[in-house]
Write a protein that binds this ligand. Structure first.
Ligand SMILES: NC(=O)c1ccc[n+]([C@@H]2O[C@H](COP(=O)([O-])OP(=O)(O)OC[C@H]3O[C@@H](n4cnc5c(N)ncnc54)[C@H](O)[C@@H]3O)[C@@H](O)[C@H]2O)c1
Ligand SMILES: [Zn+2]
Length: 386
């Protein structure tokens, strides 16, 4: 059992918290919880969904119990639609009914849906109690569990109600990816490529070389190979470190900050992604798959505006292709995409902010007012046609 530790210095605890990364760590989740919380007693409310809990729940609960905690399990439905007020209300009621107190903790076991919902519940229940995260999708390991954004979807939009709330500890066990559906893995890798693209060649190539090793093999098979596992854990650690670095410089995504260190750069690839997700009613693409297309779109637009040379675009195209096949987009109407850009959350003072690249690792924020409509339309045509 190998382990890596990434220490994060953001949030309400001046001491920060640790993200542990390794393989087969779930059975030892009790020791990790003791270290993260600084105590070996009290209650832990495990929030998970039926799918994930059926595979990993018993191991985690046993680990926590063995370490001295009293555990309570609350399962939510599986899917984005459960990241809702209704689920939040039921979750808070569960905490209340089980007399979870200010000195107890919430533990999220699952992907980004469970993590965002449970984190938000932990942040508002009794005005905030301790929160532990065990992310089980690639996306939640490298993206949603780092940075402290929690929240739910509402009738007026996605992720519009939430809080910034840093956890007390995060446990990333790569072994759980063995059961993750292939499309979810591809989606997670697209977010990893996004982070590589804005971080620099090193992280992008590290991500690309893991994808090359994976090729058509299942990750379950590859995780049985110690050499691959070690390299993969290194990639997870590098990804987490990069996201933490950006978040630490701009924890609350300040509206005024528009430089290359702004948290906004994490939205690279997301303007086009949000548009195609919206016009397909959020049912057709996994979010990360849409980001895969968004990366290509932003890269092509960067080239069109003569910000980035062709080799950067080719490299990104190549790495995204390695992440796995994406759902076809030939049927999407370019004019609907243009219309959907208007609704992007990153609209500030009526101007859409694009994250583009001057090169790999060189993000720039460009206002849509400074982008000719003809450039947008021509890139749109070429992406959708291919
Ligand atoms: N807080 C943030 O900063 C942030 C960042 C990015 C995304 N998000 C949010 O994350 C959510 C998406 O998260 P996600 O991509 O993890 O999706 P998800 O939580 O819906 O998980 C995807 C699917 O995989 C299943 N699953 C999870 N782990 C598994 C495992 N190990 N084995 C088998 N099946 C498993 C889940 O049950 C689900 O069906 C969105 O709501 C998004 O808004 C938040
Ligand atoms: Zn995303």
């Amino acid at each position: 059992m190998t382990q890596k530790k990434v220490s994060i210095k953001i949030g309400r605890k001046s001491s920060g918290y640790d993200i542990r990364i390794g393989n087969d760590l779930l059975a030892a989740s009790g020791n990790w919880a003791v270290e993260s919380l600084g105590r070996s007693s009290g209650k832990i409310a495990v929030i998970s969904n039926k799918t994930v809990f059926a595979i990993y729940g018993t191991t985690v609960v046993k680990g926590l119990t063995k370490a001295g905690f009293e555990t309570f399990v609350h399962l939510i439905g599986d899917g984005e639609k459960y990241k809702s007020f209704k689920t939040l209300e039921k979750t808070l009621a569960f905490l209340g009914e089980n007399k979870i107190s200010r000195t107890d903790a919430v533990l999220a076991l699952g992907g980004g849906v469970v993590g965002d919902l449970a984190g938000f519940a932990a942040s508002v229940y009794l005005r905030g109690i301790a929160f532990l995260q065990v992310p089980t999708t690639l996306l939640s390991m490298i993206d949603s569990s780092v940075g402290g954004k929690t929240g739910i979807n509402t009738s007026f939009g996605k992720n519009l109600v939430g809080s910034f709330y840093q956890p007390n500890g995060v446990l990333i066990d790569a072994a759980v990816l063995a059961t993750l559906p292939r499309r979810e893995l591809t989606a997670g890798f697209c977010e990893a490529i996004k982070q590589g693209a804005i971080s620099g060649k090193k992280l992008l190539e590290q991500t690309g070389s893991i994808l090359e090793e994976l090729d058509n093999n299942s990750i379950a098979k590859k995780l049985a190979d110690g050499h691959f596992t070690a390299e993969f854990e290194q990639l997870l650690a590098a990804q987490v470190r990069f996201k933490a670095l950006i978040v630490a410089g701009d924890e609350r995504e300040s509206a005024a900050k528009t430089d290359a260190k702004s948290r906004k750069i994490l939205n690279f690839g997301h303007t086009f992604a949000h548009a195609i997700e919206k016009i397909t009613n959020y049912h057709y693409f996994k979010h990360g798959e849409a980001v895969g297309y968004g990366i290509i779109f932003a890269a092509e637009l960067s080239k069109k505006l003569e910000l980035m040379p062709l080799d950067g675009v080719n490299l990104l195209n190549d790495v995204v292709r390695r992440a796995g096949s994406l759902p076809a987009i030939g049927h999407i109407d370019p004019s609907e995409v243009l219309e959907a850009f208007k609704y992007d959350k990153k609209n500030i003072g009526n101007s859409l902010q694009w994250v583009l690249l001057k090169g790999i690792g060189k993000p720039v924020i460009v206002s849509q007012n400074d982008i000719p409509g003809s450039a947008l339309r021509s890139v749109l045509q070429s992406i959708i046609r291919h």
